[in-house]
Ligand binder design. Structure first.
Ligand code: S3P
Length: 450
């Protein structure tokens, strides 16, 4: 694994933080814009004809890296008032960048951008921080190589690397071997500038933002489900895309920190507004309800083709459950905070099918287990499982290693709000990659973060 010092200009001085127990959390808040939709609105805006206008864009480091990359590829991306404007280059008309695209910590931005440029006959270099430089890129590079794209990397399909699309790329049909929306999306975005039909076969459904948004931007896209339930998503290449007005709903993954905080902290009553409730993203909320959470949705509505609602949570006595493997894609980023909820539950929570957690911003399965242990929680880390044995309360008192992972940091700060002793994390700087407002927002509802 690359050391932090080997990363490209991303060394930072860690900023530790301690979360101390509070008597209750109350109020009404909203999380920032959805990260997945934010990345995609910039990527698609860059290759559409005309001006895409985005409101509610997540202004966090990961998405700003994607904005920078789209500028480097020729698109004019800027903010006016509350609206982000992207003057698109048109499909097939991106320009060769003069410098490496620096994606920082952003796995989604980098992998989707590799797909977006795969059909262009020019070199593009990708760099990132130590965490991103240790993550596997072969999962997107391998299908993209089938189009004729060349890859140069000294680190075995890890960043830094340079890709160079073929002069006449071949459209491919690709069956995604892991449940990954990033892999699906990279191949579909590559297909935009490849003559002919590019097809992705997805045996297990993952978040469907790319398909939905491609349709919204006027791509010629079709989806069929075969007799085994696999989705066949086909996009016709080299057809024009049309700029759109995008309203980004609030991120359910970011909202989940406040949701769990409200459930585990006695006396709490919280409302988290305007949460994206796309069914490919709501596995955590379903699981918490099975655990006995007092979690209700008000104001359920549809906007921009997406389900949205306000989530109200009140402190609840939770019980352990088994979380089936087939639910993992719909809550893949939420296991660390689910593990925190499970620590406060009575009984055993068994989480299955967690292999993908090992290749996130850090090895999240190991990092979560170590964080639980540091705070006196009885747990077992299996190869692709996590078992948490709760007894209704958590001792706390530990310091958690966050390993450049924003969600590990936020999850354990949530734990400290309801544990007997404070919980510390060794670094909070990475929270800026997805949720800059986390500390002030949680403080505004009663958290004690110092
Ligand atoms: C994302 C897909 C998921 C998720 C990530 C965002 C996306 O990754 O973990 O935070 O926007 O497509 P995988 O596709 O690798 O599971």
């Amino acid at each position: 694994m690359a050391s932090q010092n080997a990363a490209h200009g991303h060394d930072h001085t860690p900023v530790p933080l301690t979360s101390s127990p509070v008597t209750n959390l109350s109020g009404s808040i909203s999380a920032p814009g959805d990260k997945s939709i934010s990345h995609r609105s910039l990527l698609l805006g860059a290759v559409a004809d005309g001006q895409t206008r985005i409101t509610g864009l997540l202004e966090a480091d990961d998405v700003m890296a994607t904005a920078g990359a789209m500028r480097a590829l020729g698109a004019n991306v800027r903010k006016e008032g509350d609206t982000w404007l992207v003057d698109g280059m048109g499909n097939g008309a991106l320009l060769e960048p003069t410098e490496p695209l620096d994606f920082g910590n952003a796995g989604t931005g980098s992998r989707l951008a590799m797909g977006l440029v795969a059909g262009y006959d020019f070199p593009v270099t990708f760099v990132g921080d130590a965490s991103l430089s240790s993550r596997p890129m072969g999962r997107v590079l391998n299908p993209l190589r089938e189009t004729g794209m060349q890859v140069e990397s000294s680190e075995g399909d890890r960043l830094p690397l340079t890709v160079h699309g073929a002069p006449l790329p071949t459209p491919i049909t690709y069956r995604v071997p892991v449940a990954s929306a990033q892999v699906k999306s990279a191949v579909l975005l590559a297909g935009l500038n490849i003559a002919g039909t590019t097809t992705v076969i997805e045996p297990v459904m993952t978040r469907d933002h790319t398909e939905k948004m491609l349709a919204g931007f006027g791509a010629n896209i079709s989806i069929e489900v075969d007799e085994d339930g696999a989705r066949h998503i086909s996009v016709e290449g080299q057809t024009p895309l049309k700029a759109q007005d995008v309203t980004v709903p609030c991120d359910p993954s970011s909202s989940s920190f406040a949701v769990v905080a409200g459930l585990i902290t006695p006396g709490s009553d919280l409302t988290i507004q305007n949460v994206l409730l796309n069914p490919t993203r709501t596995g955590l909320f379903d699981t918490l309800k099975e655990m006995g959470a007092d979690l209700t949705i008000a104001n359920h509505r549809t906007s921009g083709g997406e389900d949205i609602g306000d989530i109200r949570v009140r402190h609840s006595k939770l019980k352990g459950v088994t979380v089936p493997a087939d639910r993992a894609p719909s809550m893949i980023d939420e296991y660390p905070v689910l593990a925190v909820a499970a620590s406060f539950a009575e009984g055993e929570t068994l989480m299955l099918g967690l292999d993908e957690l090992r290749v996130k911003e850090c090895d999240r399965l190991a990092a979560t287990a170590r964080g639980l242990e540091a705070n006196g929680v009885d747990c077992t880390e299996g190869e692709d499982t996590l078992t948490v044995r709760g007894n209704g309360s958590v001792e706390g008192g530990g310091t958690v290693e966050t390993l450049l992972d924003h969600r590990i940091a936020m999850s354990f700060l949530v734990m400290g709000m309801a544990s007997q002793k404070p919980v510390s994390v060794d670094d909070t700087v990475m929270i800026n990659t997805s949720f800059r407002e986390f500390v002030p927002l949680m403080t505004s509802i009663g958290a004690n973060l110092t």
